[in-house]
Write a protein that binds this ligand. Structure first.
Ligand code: KG4
Ligand code: ZN
Length: 338
Protein backbone atom coordinates (compact mmCIF):
# COMPACT_ATOMS: atom_id res chain seq x y z
CA UNK A 1 0.00 0.00 0.00
CA UNK A 2 1.28 3.47 -0.83
CA UNK A 3 2.02 6.07 1.83
CA UNK A 4 0.91 9.63 1.11
CA UNK A 5 2.54 12.36 3.19
CA UNK A 6 1.56 16.02 3.20
CA UNK A 7 4.58 18.20 4.08
CA UNK A 8 4.20 21.70 5.54
CA UNK A 9 7.06 24.22 5.68
CA UNK A 10 6.66 27.61 7.40
CA UNK A 11 9.95 28.21 9.24
CA UNK A 12 10.86 31.56 7.69
CA UNK A 13 9.24 33.55 4.89
CA UNK A 14 8.07 30.84 2.46
CA UNK A 15 4.76 29.06 2.95
CA UNK A 16 5.01 25.70 1.27
CA UNK A 17 3.03 22.45 1.04
CA UNK A 18 3.95 19.28 -0.83
CA UNK A 19 2.61 15.76 -1.29
CA UNK A 20 4.71 12.65 -1.75
CA UNK A 21 3.67 9.09 -2.53
CA UNK A 22 6.37 7.05 -0.80
CA UNK A 23 9.51 8.80 -2.10
CA UNK A 24 7.86 10.12 -5.28
CA UNK A 25 7.02 13.82 -5.32
CA UNK A 26 3.47 14.56 -6.51
CA UNK A 27 3.35 18.31 -5.82
CA UNK A 28 5.43 21.10 -4.25
CA UNK A 29 3.75 24.49 -3.92
CA UNK A 30 5.64 27.51 -2.58
CA UNK A 31 4.18 30.96 -1.82
CA UNK A 32 6.95 33.55 -1.40
CA UNK A 33 6.37 36.62 0.72
CA UNK A 34 7.21 39.84 -1.13
CA UNK A 35 6.13 41.94 1.84
CA UNK A 36 9.68 41.83 3.35
CA UNK A 37 11.52 43.25 0.31
CA UNK A 38 11.29 46.91 1.30
CA UNK A 39 12.56 46.16 4.85
CA UNK A 40 15.93 44.67 3.84
CA UNK A 41 15.24 41.42 5.73
CA UNK A 42 12.45 39.19 7.01
CA UNK A 43 10.09 40.93 9.48
CA UNK A 44 8.94 38.11 11.81
CA UNK A 45 5.53 39.60 12.61
CA UNK A 46 4.72 40.11 8.92
CA UNK A 47 5.97 36.61 8.08
CA UNK A 48 3.61 34.88 10.51
CA UNK A 49 0.66 36.95 9.30
CA UNK A 50 1.44 36.05 5.68
CA UNK A 51 1.73 32.34 6.60
CA UNK A 52 -1.67 32.56 8.26
CA UNK A 53 -3.16 33.92 5.02
CA UNK A 54 -1.29 31.54 2.72
CA UNK A 55 -1.43 28.19 4.46
CA UNK A 56 -4.93 27.04 3.50
CA UNK A 57 -4.78 27.98 -0.21
CA UNK A 58 -1.24 26.55 -0.48
CA UNK A 59 -2.26 23.19 1.06
CA UNK A 60 -5.42 23.10 -1.03
CA UNK A 61 -3.41 23.72 -4.21
CA UNK A 62 -0.79 21.09 -3.27
CA UNK A 63 -3.53 18.44 -2.82
CA UNK A 64 -5.16 19.44 -6.12
CA UNK A 65 -1.87 19.31 -8.02
CA UNK A 66 -1.12 15.91 -6.50
CA UNK A 67 -4.60 14.80 -7.63
CA UNK A 68 -5.42 13.28 -4.28
CA UNK A 69 -8.20 13.85 -1.74
CA UNK A 70 -7.29 14.82 1.82
CA UNK A 71 -8.74 11.59 3.21
CA UNK A 72 -6.16 9.61 1.19
CA UNK A 73 -3.31 11.14 3.28
CA UNK A 74 -1.41 8.77 5.59
CA UNK A 75 0.24 11.48 7.74
CA UNK A 76 1.12 15.18 7.96
CA UNK A 77 4.76 16.19 8.33
CA UNK A 78 5.56 19.74 9.47
CA UNK A 79 8.67 21.79 10.27
CA UNK A 80 9.01 21.96 14.05
CA UNK A 81 12.19 24.06 13.97
CA UNK A 82 14.58 25.78 13.80
CA UNK A 83 13.08 29.03 12.53
CA UNK A 84 10.99 32.03 13.52
CA UNK A 85 8.59 31.16 16.32
CA UNK A 86 5.54 32.98 14.95
CA UNK A 87 6.08 31.39 11.53
CA UNK A 88 6.60 27.88 12.93
CA UNK A 89 3.46 28.21 15.07
CA UNK A 90 1.31 28.64 11.96
CA UNK A 91 2.54 25.39 10.33
CA UNK A 92 2.50 23.48 13.62
CA UNK A 93 -1.02 24.59 14.55
CA UNK A 94 -2.28 23.85 11.06
CA UNK A 95 -0.73 20.35 11.18
CA UNK A 96 -2.30 19.68 14.59
CA UNK A 97 -5.81 20.65 13.56
CA UNK A 98 -5.61 18.91 10.16
CA UNK A 99 -4.31 15.74 11.82
CA UNK A 100 -7.11 15.83 14.43
CA UNK A 101 -9.74 16.51 11.79
CA UNK A 102 -8.58 13.69 9.52
CA UNK A 103 -7.68 11.28 12.31
CA UNK A 104 -4.17 10.66 10.93
CA UNK A 105 -0.74 10.92 12.63
CA UNK A 106 1.61 13.91 12.61
CA UNK A 107 5.35 13.78 12.12
CA UNK A 108 7.61 16.60 13.33
CA UNK A 109 10.59 17.40 11.12
CA UNK A 110 13.85 19.28 11.73
CA UNK A 111 14.31 21.82 8.95
CA UNK A 112 18.07 21.26 8.61
CA UNK A 113 17.80 17.48 8.48
CA UNK A 114 15.08 17.93 5.85
CA UNK A 115 17.43 20.04 3.68
CA UNK A 116 19.84 17.09 3.75
CA UNK A 117 17.16 14.47 3.07
CA UNK A 118 15.92 16.42 0.04
CA UNK A 119 18.53 14.36 -1.82
CA UNK A 120 16.20 11.34 -1.60
CA UNK A 121 13.23 12.98 -3.36
CA UNK A 122 12.27 11.13 -6.54
CA UNK A 123 10.78 13.29 -9.27
CA UNK A 124 10.50 13.03 -13.05
CA UNK A 125 14.31 13.29 -13.49
CA UNK A 126 15.82 9.99 -12.31
CA UNK A 127 19.05 10.47 -10.37
CA UNK A 128 21.36 8.67 -7.97
CA UNK A 129 20.86 9.15 -4.24
CA UNK A 130 23.81 9.40 -1.85
CA UNK A 131 24.84 6.18 -0.10
CA UNK A 132 25.24 6.13 3.71
CA UNK A 133 27.41 7.39 5.24
CA UNK A 134 27.89 10.57 3.23
CA UNK A 135 28.92 14.13 4.06
CA UNK A 136 26.65 17.12 3.58
CA UNK A 137 27.57 20.80 3.52
CA UNK A 138 24.36 22.50 4.70
CA UNK A 139 24.47 26.18 3.86
CA UNK A 140 21.42 28.34 4.44
CA UNK A 141 20.41 31.77 5.69
CA UNK A 142 20.63 30.68 9.31
CA UNK A 143 23.08 27.74 9.34
CA UNK A 144 26.37 26.46 7.98
CA UNK A 145 27.30 22.91 8.91
CA UNK A 146 29.33 19.97 7.71
CA UNK A 147 27.32 16.90 8.66
CA UNK A 148 28.17 13.21 8.59
CA UNK A 149 24.94 11.52 7.54
CA UNK A 150 24.99 7.98 8.92
CA UNK A 151 21.31 7.27 8.20
CA UNK A 152 18.10 9.33 7.77
CA UNK A 153 17.83 9.49 11.56
CA UNK A 154 21.50 9.63 12.60
CA UNK A 155 23.37 12.77 11.65
CA UNK A 156 26.56 14.03 13.30
CA UNK A 157 27.63 17.68 13.00
CA UNK A 158 31.39 17.71 12.33
CA UNK A 159 31.74 21.48 12.04
CA UNK A 160 29.61 24.62 12.05
CA UNK A 161 29.81 28.38 11.96
CA UNK A 162 30.56 30.16 15.21
CA UNK A 163 28.91 33.42 14.03
CA UNK A 164 27.26 34.30 10.69
CA UNK A 165 25.92 31.65 8.34
CA UNK A 166 27.15 31.50 4.72
CA UNK A 167 23.77 32.86 3.54
CA UNK A 168 24.09 35.76 5.97
CA UNK A 169 27.58 36.48 4.62
CA UNK A 170 26.06 36.79 1.12
CA UNK A 171 23.06 38.80 2.34
CA UNK A 172 25.12 41.18 4.49
CA UNK A 173 27.67 41.79 1.71
CA UNK A 174 24.75 42.57 -0.60
CA UNK A 175 23.25 44.95 1.95
CA UNK A 176 26.59 46.76 2.31
CA UNK A 177 26.53 47.22 -1.48
CA UNK A 178 22.98 48.60 -1.26
CA UNK A 179 21.40 45.57 -2.98
CA UNK A 180 17.91 44.35 -1.97
CA UNK A 181 17.16 41.37 0.30
CA UNK A 182 17.83 38.48 -0.10
CA UNK A 183 21.14 39.41 -1.64
CA UNK A 184 22.57 35.92 -2.20
CA UNK A 185 20.90 35.27 -5.56
CA UNK A 186 21.70 38.83 -6.75
CA UNK A 187 25.41 38.48 -5.88
CA UNK A 188 25.37 35.14 -7.73
CA UNK A 189 23.96 36.84 -10.85
CA UNK A 190 26.35 39.82 -10.75
CA UNK A 191 29.33 37.55 -10.00
CA UNK A 192 28.88 35.78 -13.33
CA UNK A 193 29.88 39.04 -15.06
CA UNK A 194 32.80 39.91 -12.77
CA UNK A 195 36.42 39.01 -12.06
CA UNK A 196 36.75 36.88 -8.88
CA UNK A 197 40.41 37.89 -8.48
CA UNK A 198 39.92 41.66 -8.84
CA UNK A 199 39.72 42.30 -5.08
CA UNK A 200 41.31 40.19 -2.37
CA UNK A 201 39.44 39.60 0.89
CA UNK A 202 40.80 37.62 3.86
CA UNK A 203 39.46 34.04 4.03
CA UNK A 204 39.68 33.44 7.78
CA UNK A 205 40.14 29.87 8.93
CA UNK A 206 38.87 28.49 12.21
CA UNK A 207 40.33 25.45 13.88
CA UNK A 208 38.99 22.04 12.92
CA UNK A 209 35.94 22.05 10.70
CA UNK A 210 34.31 25.20 12.09
CA UNK A 211 33.61 28.39 10.17
CA UNK A 212 33.55 32.10 10.92
CA UNK A 213 32.18 34.64 8.44
CA UNK A 214 31.84 37.78 10.55
CA UNK A 215 35.45 38.94 9.94
CA UNK A 216 34.91 38.79 6.19
CA UNK A 217 31.81 40.96 6.47
CA UNK A 218 33.72 43.55 8.53
CA UNK A 219 36.68 43.69 6.15
CA UNK A 220 34.28 44.07 3.20
CA UNK A 221 32.56 46.94 5.01
CA UNK A 222 35.83 48.76 5.83
CA UNK A 223 37.23 48.16 2.34
CA UNK A 224 34.18 49.78 0.75
CA UNK A 225 34.07 52.61 3.28
CA UNK A 226 37.66 53.55 2.35
CA UNK A 227 37.05 53.24 -1.40
CA UNK A 228 33.89 55.35 -1.22
CA UNK A 229 35.85 58.19 0.39
CA UNK A 230 37.81 58.59 -2.84
CA UNK A 231 35.04 57.68 -5.29
CA UNK A 232 31.38 57.74 -4.35
CA UNK A 233 30.53 55.75 -7.49
CA UNK A 234 32.93 52.93 -6.51
CA UNK A 235 30.26 50.33 -5.72
CA UNK A 236 28.15 51.13 -8.78
CA UNK A 237 31.22 50.99 -11.05
CA UNK A 238 32.56 47.74 -9.57
CA UNK A 239 29.51 45.78 -8.44
CA UNK A 240 30.20 42.78 -10.71
CA UNK A 241 33.86 42.45 -9.63
CA UNK A 242 32.95 43.05 -5.97
CA UNK A 243 30.27 40.34 -6.15
CA UNK A 244 32.59 37.89 -7.91
CA UNK A 245 35.41 38.54 -5.41
CA UNK A 246 33.31 38.22 -2.25
CA UNK A 247 31.57 35.11 -3.64
CA UNK A 248 34.95 33.60 -4.53
CA UNK A 249 36.14 34.10 -0.93
CA UNK A 250 33.00 32.60 0.65
CA UNK A 251 33.19 29.56 -1.65
CA UNK A 252 36.90 29.11 -0.94
CA UNK A 253 36.21 29.14 2.82
CA UNK A 254 33.35 26.64 2.45
CA UNK A 255 35.23 24.20 0.22
CA UNK A 256 38.51 24.28 2.16
CA UNK A 257 36.70 22.68 5.09
CA UNK A 258 34.83 20.25 2.87
CA UNK A 259 38.16 19.01 1.56
CA UNK A 260 39.46 18.68 5.09
CA UNK A 261 36.31 16.80 6.21
CA UNK A 262 36.69 14.35 3.32
CA UNK A 263 40.36 13.78 4.17
CA UNK A 264 39.62 13.29 7.87
CA UNK A 265 36.63 10.95 7.49
CA UNK A 266 37.67 9.09 4.35
CA UNK A 267 34.09 9.57 3.09
CA UNK A 268 34.16 10.89 -0.46
CA UNK A 269 30.45 11.19 -1.23
CA UNK A 270 29.59 14.84 -0.66
CA UNK A 271 26.21 16.53 -0.92
CA UNK A 272 25.30 20.19 -0.61
CA UNK A 273 21.97 21.48 0.71
CA UNK A 274 20.22 24.68 1.81
CA UNK A 275 19.61 28.01 0.07
CA UNK A 276 23.27 28.78 -0.65
CA UNK A 277 23.61 25.43 -2.46
CA UNK A 278 21.69 27.22 -5.26
CA UNK A 279 24.79 29.35 -5.85
CA UNK A 280 26.14 28.69 -9.34
CA UNK A 281 29.75 29.41 -8.31
CA UNK A 282 29.60 26.94 -5.41
CA UNK A 283 28.07 24.24 -7.63
CA UNK A 284 30.75 24.73 -10.30
CA UNK A 285 33.68 24.87 -7.87
CA UNK A 286 32.51 21.76 -6.01
CA UNK A 287 32.17 19.85 -9.26
CA UNK A 288 35.64 20.94 -10.38
CA UNK A 289 37.19 19.89 -7.06
CA UNK A 290 35.31 16.60 -7.18
CA UNK A 291 36.65 15.81 -10.65
CA UNK A 292 40.17 16.57 -9.51
CA UNK A 293 40.01 14.49 -6.31
CA UNK A 294 37.65 11.69 -7.40
CA UNK A 295 34.74 12.61 -5.11
CA UNK A 296 31.11 11.84 -5.88
CA UNK A 297 28.90 14.93 -5.58
CA UNK A 298 25.18 15.36 -5.01
CA UNK A 299 23.89 18.78 -6.03
CA UNK A 300 20.17 19.42 -5.51
CA UNK A 301 17.87 20.85 -8.14
CA UNK A 302 17.31 24.56 -7.52
CA UNK A 303 13.74 24.04 -6.30
CA UNK A 304 15.01 21.73 -3.50
CA UNK A 305 17.93 24.02 -2.50
CA UNK A 306 15.88 26.86 -1.08
CA UNK A 307 13.07 26.32 1.41
CA UNK A 308 10.36 23.93 0.22
CA UNK A 309 7.89 21.46 1.67
CA UNK A 310 8.96 18.57 -0.58
CA UNK A 311 11.97 18.05 1.70
CA UNK A 312 9.70 18.16 4.78
CA UNK A 313 7.44 15.48 3.30
CA UNK A 314 10.52 13.41 2.39
CA UNK A 315 12.01 13.63 5.90
CA UNK A 316 8.53 12.89 7.29
CA UNK A 317 8.32 9.74 5.19
CA UNK A 318 11.47 8.29 6.81
CA UNK A 319 10.06 9.00 10.29
CA UNK A 320 6.67 7.59 9.28
CA UNK A 321 8.38 4.30 8.38
CA UNK A 322 9.87 4.27 11.91
CA UNK A 323 6.42 5.14 13.37
CA UNK A 324 7.92 8.22 15.03
CA UNK A 325 4.80 10.31 15.51
CA UNK A 326 4.32 13.60 17.33
CA UNK A 327 1.66 14.21 19.98
CA UNK A 328 -0.80 17.11 20.08
CA UNK A 329 1.33 18.69 22.82
CA UNK A 330 4.30 19.24 20.45
CA UNK A 331 5.68 22.82 20.37
CA UNK A 332 8.08 24.46 17.88
CA UNK A 333 11.74 25.16 18.66
CA UNK A 334 13.59 28.18 17.31
CA UNK A 335 17.17 26.93 17.60
CA UNK A 336 18.80 23.92 16.03
CA UNK A 337 18.45 20.75 18.05
CA UNK A 338 21.59 19.20 16.60
O1 KG4 B 1 17.60 27.48 3.01
P1 KG4 B 1 17.06 28.84 2.76
O2 KG4 B 1 16.07 29.04 1.60
O3 KG4 B 1 16.38 29.42 4.04
C1 KG4 B 1 16.91 29.16 5.32
O4 KG4 B 1 16.63 28.06 5.84
O5 KG4 B 1 17.66 30.04 5.78
O6 KG4 B 1 18.33 29.82 2.55
C2 KG4 B 1 18.18 31.18 2.31
C3 KG4 B 1 19.56 31.77 2.07
C4 KG4 B 1 19.57 33.29 1.97
O7 KG4 B 1 20.64 33.78 2.75
C5 KG4 B 1 19.83 33.53 0.48
O8 KG4 B 1 20.50 34.73 0.19
C6 KG4 B 1 20.69 32.34 0.14
O9 KG4 B 1 20.11 31.27 0.84
N1 KG4 B 1 20.69 32.05 -1.31
C7 KG4 B 1 21.79 32.18 -2.09
C8 KG4 B 1 21.39 31.86 -3.41
N2 KG4 B 1 20.05 31.52 -3.38
C9 KG4 B 1 19.65 31.64 -2.08
N3 KG4 B 1 23.05 32.54 -1.79
C10 KG4 B 1 23.94 32.59 -2.78
N4 KG4 B 1 23.63 32.29 -4.08
C11 KG4 B 1 22.38 31.93 -4.44
N5 KG4 B 1 22.09 31.63 -5.71
ZN1 ZN C 1 16.25 26.37 4.85
Amino acid sequence: MSTYILGIESSCDDTSAAVIKNTELLSNVIANQDVHKSFGGVVPELASRAHQQNIIPVVDYALKQAKIKKNQLSAIAFTRGPGLLGSLLVGTSFAKSFSLGLGIPMVEVDHLKAHILSHFIDDDTPKDHPGFPFLCLTVSGGHTQIVKVVSPSEMIVLGKTIDDAAGEAFDKAAKIMGLPYPGGPIIDKLARLGDPHKFLFPASSMKGLDYSFSGLKTSFLYFLRDKLKADDEFIENNKEDLSASIQFTIIKMLLNKVKRAINETGINEIAIAGGVSANSGLRKSLDEMAKKHGWKTFIPKLQYSTDNAAMIAMAGYFKFLDKEFAGQDVTPYTRSSF
